[in-house]
Design a protein. Structure first.
Length: 146
């Protein structure tokens, strides 16, 4: 099976607390595992950035559902295309809250260093891969606890 990836960003309508993030994660794990969808959802300062990976039609259908979710707005597709490999092969959906995470990474500095804005324009997912891999190395499991 070839891997497709979608990376999007969106703005939460209201602040999302850990209990709500756990509920989002539980639903995603339940739904995604049977469809072989993996990925990571980052949340911080009312912004989401998510990487979804799996079979093209499956993740495309999931993205349609996500876009209709009234908990967020301004969904912007940052990358949509083939993936070299699954970055999160064992995570049906990892969730990390950056608002009070022990992951001490300066997202703005990393974003600028990797020149993610230019990558968006060029359709190049490599800087996104590097960003998500930093999180993968920094945590051993999806560290959301209610």
């Amino acid at each position: 099976m070839s891997i497709s990836q979608i990376i999007y960003a969106s703005k939460a309508i209201v602040d999302i607390d850990d209990e709500q993030l756990c509920a989002i994660q539980s639903t995603a794990v339940r739904n995604n595992s049977s469809q072989e969808i993996t990925g990571l959802l980052l949340y911080g300062r009312r912004w989401f950035i998510q990487l979804l990976e799996g079979e093209f039609n499956t993740i495309d259908a999931l993205l349609e559902k996500i876009c209709k979710d009234d908990r967020h707005t301004d969904v912007e597709i940052l990358y949509r295309g083939p993936g070299e490999k699954r970055l999160f092969p064992t995570w049906s959906m990892g969730v990390i809250s950056l608002d009070h995470s022990e992951v001490e990474l300066d997202i703005k500095a990393i974003w600028d260093q990797l020149d993610v804005a230019q990558a968006v324009k060029d359709g190049n997912p490599q800087p996104f891969y590097q960003l998500f891999e930093m999180f993968q190395r920094s945590v051993t499991q999806a560290p959301v606890t209610a």
